[in-house]
Design a protein around this ligand. Structure first.
Ligand code: SAH
Length: 259
């Protein structure tokens, strides 16, 4: 069967370098379970190494041409190819309530949505690793104080330990993307349950970073802060000066303010 012709609107950049595919497959630690979901396998360059390691591999792929290719080339994947959109698929249909890791050389056009969807499913996902455009991978792992620290960093690090692993150059893809890529790994924290109201936490983080140059006193005005609370020195800060833990403390204060 012919190779799949890359489709731009699906973010298709196929990895050519086998040793990098193997390195990405090797990032998984899989402690105490063996199921993995690969997002966007394309022609299976990474899938091949997962199967070699006897990992119980499922793949989810939106492109029917790639799905046909996988069916033709990987008999071991029989019954485990989901011809679906990861962002819309109800994953319970495949994994019931069992834990599974996520891996991929992801479609970069939906990078942030993949991370947000993973956070929604975090009860089931102990580990997440793979490749994004370098800037996104770095942002997710960034600590407070940096210019690129933002919503993705705070929300991902509320539930996961994030580690930037290595950088991948443009020329190992077909077609080459315009930017470098970065591989990261997220390992879920032992205690990943938030100690504050989750909806309020997400809301506070997003609102604060939407006006990242303002102090929290100004950017969080819509939360109807009492005069008393506004005097708290935490509100002198800008969002990039707060760690995930400090955002949780801030959320608790705002929640108590309304009582
Ligand atoms: N992992 C392959 C392909 C990377 S390109 C490789 O390294 O060569 C990204 C892949 O994600 C493409 O195959 C694309 O069809 C797929 N994809 C894009 N959007 C998707 C979605 N919403 N759900 C599942 N797969 C998607």
């Amino acid at each position: 069967m012919d190779k799949v012709k890359a489709k731009k609107h699906l973010g298709q950049h196929f990895l050519k370098d086998e040793s990098i595919a193997k390195d990405i497959a090797d990032t998984l630690t899989l402690k105490g379970y063996n199921k993995v979901l690969e997002i966007g396998p394309g022609m299976g360059v990474l899938t091949k190494y997962l199967l070699e390691k006897d990992i119980d591999t499922y793949v989810i792929e939106i492109d029917t041409e790639s799905v046909a290719y996988l069916n033709a080339h990987y008999p071991k994947l029989h019954g485990k190819i989901l011809s679906e959109d990861f962002l819309r698929y109800n994953i319970t249909k495949t994994f019931a309530d069992e834990p599974f890791a996520i891996i991929g050389n992801f479609p970069y056009n939906i990078s942030s949505q993949i991370v947000f969807r993973t956070l929604e499913l975090r009860e089931r996902i102990p580990e997440f690793s793979g490749m994004f455009q370098k800037e996104v991978a770095e942002r997710i792992c960034e600590k407070k104080g940096s210019k690129t620290y933002g919503i993705l960093s705070v929300l991902a690090q509320a539930f996961y330990e994030a580690e930037y692993l290595f950088t991948v150059p443009e020329h190992v893809f077909n077609p080459p993307p315009k930017v470098k890529s970065g591989v990261l790994r997220l390992i879920r924290k032992e205690n990943f349950r938030l100690e504050c109201d989750e909806r309020l936490f997400f809301n506070v983080v997003k609102t604060a970073f939407n006006q990242r140059r303002k102090t929290l006193r100004n950017s969080l005005k819509t939360f109807a802060l009492s005069e008393n609370l506004k005097e708290d020195s935490i509100f002198d800060l800008r969002p990039e000066q707060l760690s995930t833990e400090e955002f949780i403390e801030l959320t608790k204060k705002i929640a108590a303010n309304g009582v």
